[in-house]
Design a protein around this ligand. Sequence first.
Ligand SMILES: [Zn+2]
Length: 867
Amino acid sequence: MHERIYRKDYQASEFLVDSVDLVFELDPAETVVKAKMQLRRNPDGPARGGPLRLHGDELELRSVRLNGTRLDVSQFEADSQSLAIADVPERFQLETEVLIHPAQNTKLMGLYTSSGTFCTQCEAEGFRRITYYLDRPDVMARFTTRIEADRSSYPILLSNGNRVARGDLPNGRHWVQWEDPFRKPSYLFALVAGDLACHEGTFTTSSGREVALEIWVEPANADKCGHALASLKAAMKWDEDRYGLEYDLDIYMIVAVDDFNMGAMENKGLNIFNSKYVLAKPSTATDDDYEGIEGVVAHEYFHNWTGNRVTCRDWFQLTLKEGLTVFRDQEFSADMTSREVQRIKDVTRLRTAQFAEDAGPLAHPIRPESYIEMNNFYTSTVYEKGAEVVRLYQTLLGRDGFRKGLRHYLETHDARAVTCDDFREAMAEANDADLTQLERWYSQAGTPIVHANGVWHESAGAYTLTLSQSQRAMPKETEPRPLTIPICVGLLGANGKDIPGTVRTLELNEPEQTFTFENLPERPILSIGRGFSAPIKLEMKRSHEELAFLMAHDSDPFNRWEAGQELAKRILLGLVARVLEKRPLELDEGLVSAFRKVLSDPSLDGSIKALTLALPSEELLSQELSLVDPDAVHRARGFVIRELGLALRAEWMRTYEQHARGADAIDKAQIGRRRIKNRALRYLVALEAPDTIALAVEQFGAATGMTEYEAAFVSLVDLDSAETDRAIAEFYERWRGEPLVLDKWFRIQAMSGSPLAFDRVVALSKHPDFNLANPNRARSLLYCFAAGNPVAFHRADGRAYRFIADQVVELDAINPQVASRIVSSFNQWKRYEPGRSGLMKAELERIARWPGISKDVSEIVERALER
Ligand SMILES: [Zn+2]
């Protein structure tokens, strides 16, 4: 059994590291790592006088020296997982020398090679795969790094901080020395060595310091860095303007690598990125890719303060840096693009991934209580729900209050490793507010449900709103207690405008509370949860007419979209029930007229229009069902798409033609144009009429930008036609040399609604360009299929379950971290009808019994089977 680690067991480290000097003799097959550490007993640690115990993982120890004297094997205990020395003084110097094998490191944690470039990933516990160390975030030390390597293969040698010296060595080798003036935990260590090209820029901080900005990529990609650099400068400026936070080193580097488990990593001064979040030009990247790059570049930059300067005491506190930094990047993106579009995208992501997680076996509070493998807790709950919890502070304290609190938090805790409680206390202290009850958001799992009931008292001219809250009780946990839930509301009059004095933020703190609005001139219509003011599920009786009214008039743009989604969801769920009862399907006229109104509204921008005219996904609809039949959901949704296509055919066609032509520029107007145009195309192509298919074929052939090219391809791949096969072949021929574009080719086929999708995925898993060891490629095909194509993954015969389980087992031996993400697609097995649920359970049990299964995958599988 693998060991479970509990938050309540936290103890300060018995030893501290003041400084560490590293020397890397780089070689892909066998790299020597020498570490010289100054250590001492922690005066605030548990006074046990015990041995020094350093973490390790797959290390080969060559020698240990204590205060300059080489220790013999009787004086320490070492294996590949740890190094223990029983007898150490108060203060001492420890020197170790280990061997590691970067080219064989397929887990992509620690030091590894990606397309010939050396790079590192140390969060959460990867540094112990480089050298023996106190690999925990509350041990912070000053690092120097000397890198030695072959000069012709690795002309560029990078690490954290400032470059202080360089020189030549015999045999065509050279060295560079880096020094990081800031103390940091080991998870922020980084090293890169390779033959890379630099895209340079500079940024002058508000206090007048000039910072060198360097983006390092493979030379062939040098023309795709402009957007990442512009995003970085915008993020640096925004953090100064919004929070008064300046960058603190003279150099800021970003390196793009092709093989990376996550999106990007905020190592001090030397960010390492998945190339997906750096490289872009209009012909290879979509509008969404551009927005993704802007958001991720900003996110990693913002970590310099929220994560690096003030870090986490232990990994249970991960949301302290991630929830906060996701909130910051969401706010940045809202300012850079469009606040309402950003909010809709963020909430949709939260509901799709996090609400599902909260309803499944892996439900955990944003600050988990225990884990077996920390890598499994880089979850949507810790990140996205964590960001919503941070947003609660801003909703309750106001923007200025939040800014004051954040600055107070950073000033009080600079250069320290702290907890979520420290953050909450700093916010409270700076604002003289009582935020005690907010603590429950950190300790309770599950999505809270808020029940709303409004009553109109005609004679008194008053409206009372009763709100009650509940949360599902988690097994093995104490009964959930009421949360602080801010609910932003407004009351609309018959003219569609807010009735003056009714726009408020209600604070729900009790199990049930009633709020009264008085002196109202007329019977109001309630707009509730404006801007998605808390990460809850709302339950309220509302008529289709009321929802259609809000969709047309609500002054809050988020709630206008929300009302449309709610209306569509109710109609779709009604149709799912009819499919199951084998009754004929009929589309509600109300939805057609609501859609027609949106389509013809000239005041709405293209992005909002496109989002409003999108139906809730099959994943979101499935969440509403107690027993999911994916075929019924797919059929009902497909029916509505075709009926809307048919009923509004002329309007879609007009919209398409109006927006057909424009520039490839990545700006708000052109992005909006492309979004509404491509939405119209989807509805038209779904009709499977020769003239509408011809539109997609023409767009696919003529598009010069990736957004329009990809949208046409998506439409064609959903069909089952001669044009589909032609498009698949053409796409491949054109883009086989561009890995990030080829990832799209795999992903779009994996997510296709075509009945052939599963057979295509099986064939693609044997394609010469498929590579299980490359996380982007593995995710594009396998994760996108299992998590993003419900009707094909949940085929009733269980073949897709078996296929994915086989792939998970194979991938687990290469890269457990990516395998455990894919296996979580089985988590919801209990929610499916008995046939599918039994088949999924059988695959989970087969994986659980697999010899040599990693702790990453076994933790997910065991928990899925547990309840
Ligand atoms: Zn982050």
